[in-house]
Design a binder for this molecule. Structure first.
Ligand code: PMP
Ligand code: GLU
Length: 396
């Protein structure tokens, strides 16, 4: 017996796979530092946890409305207005079990077989497989470190065909940390508006970890609301990965479609998580800003250490908690008799010889790079980069 063809064609999530490999090695007694998973190392702020205890005590233990409890959708609608200049009514908001589900809902609700979906590349690992599962064809539109991994409107214009239905990007970006500025998004939106069937999914889950201090939502540009799905969630900014809560704002017809899918797949998201999320969204700004400050310090720490390794190329990412390192100069060389044919080989050798887990860039459509997640303690970060340096120095 075997699984469906659909599943056979699907890759495992490389981020989760690498993290699991690191956990297994650690459990077997090896000294491993994992900078693989994109997960804040902070605990959820106490006042959010207290709101969840209270929600449980108050009896919020039942099924919830499929698109989310009204109180949370009201809070999200107000947040979109207040912080993003976006006017989504409550009916245009769907709460899901994580932003991951929001993205899957959108692809399943929107794509017909053979529809093309342009992924700004490097892209977040799951976009590719979700698009394929929904029957779409992912099209990679790539940018390298020279342009801070950001594609231009001109590039986009050339990549659009009569089959292009959707564009997906994240800003701040996972895996590169790049942030699109308002003028860049305005240029991109002009290209989108020139094609009447084209929509864009703007993944803004790292909104609160933006060191430029200006987060811009493409959906707020005149004419773009009808073309945009704005995805966001609680996992990153509020350190709530395990709570499984994300959301989107979308045109009513699409929000209804997503809700229909969710009604058959999972029903409404977790009851007490949603009640606590109202507290997070209304009162969490200070806590999120504190965590961002720490991330910024860590970014500086890791960047400065990486800059001391001449064969690795880094830029200066402006958000999220990742550094996307260009390691192409290592390819074709050897490490203690092991041939480094790809950056993937380097990552496996690094894990094996130095006990540091990273995610190879191939998982994000960028073979030349690897991703470091710096959502870890200073001590681990310093030790990990020292081990990377020592390993790279042995490569010749
Ligand atoms: N989008 C991006 C860019 C991410 O990095 C993540 C993190 N896993 C997600 C979406 C999904 O987040 P979650 O499902 O935890 O809300
Ligand atoms: N978004 C995180 C990452 O990129 C979590 C892992 C995942 O959901 O794939 O590592």
């Amino acid at each position: 017996m075997k699984v469906s063809q659909r599943l056979e064609e699907m890759q495992d999530s490389a981020t989760i796979k690498m993290d699991q490999l690191a956990r297994d090695l650690k459990a077997s007694g090896k000294d491993i530092i994992s900078l693989s998973l994109g997960e804040p190392d902070f605990d959820t702020p106490e006042f959010i946890k207290e709101a969840a205890w209270k929600a449980l005590q108050d009896g919020h233990t039942k099924y919830t409305p499929v698109p989310g409890i009204t109180e949370l959708r009201k809070a999200i609608s107000a947040k979109f207005k207040r912080e993003n200049n976006l006017n989504y009514s409550i009916d245009e908001i769907v709460v899901s079990n994580g932003a991951k589900q929001s993205i899957a809902n959108v692809c399943l609700a929107l794509l017909n077989p053979g529809d093309e979906v342009i992924l700004f590349t490097p892209y977040w690992v799951s976009y590719f497989e979700i698009v394929r599962l929904a029957g779409g064809n992912p099209v990679e539109l790539s940018a390298g470190i020279e342009t801070d991994f950001k594609i231009t409107a001109d590039q986009l214009k050339k990549a659009i065909t009569s089959k292009t239905r959707l564009i997906i990007y994240s800003s701040p970006c996972n895996p590169t940390g790049s942030v699109f500025a308002e003028d860049e998004l305005r240029e991109i939106s002009e290209v989108i508006l020139a094609h009447k069937n084209l929509m864009v999914l703007s993944d803004e889950i790292y909104e609160y970890i933006n060191f430029t201090d200006t987060h811009y939502s493409i959906g707020s540009i005149a004419g773009m609301k009808e073309r945009t799905i704005t995805v966001n969630g609680f996992s990153k900014g509020f350190a709530m990965t395990g709570w499984r809560l994300g959301y989107m704002g979308a045109p009513l017809w699409l929000a209804k479609g997503c809700s229909k899918i969710q009604s058959q797949f999972t029903s409404g998201a977790n009851s007490f998580s949603q009640v606590a999320a109202v507290t997070a969204i209304n009162e969490g700004a200070k806590a999120a800003a504190e965590m961002k400050k720490t991330f910024l310090k860590r970014k500086e720490l890791v960047l400065n250490l990486l800059r001391e390794i001449p064969s690795l190329k880094v830029n200066n990412p402006q958000g999220a908690f990742y550094i996307f390192v260009d390691a192409s100069s290592l390819v074709g060389k050897s490490l203690e008799g092991i041939k480094i044919n790809t950056v993937d080989d380097f990552c496996m050798a690094l894990l094996d010889k130095a006990g540091v887990a990273l995610v190879p860039g191939s998982a994000f459509g960028a073979q030349d790079c690897f991703r470091i997640s710096y959502a870890s303690s200073d001590a681990d970060l310093i030790e990990a980069v020292q081990r990377i340096k020592a390993t790279v120095e042995k490569i010749a």
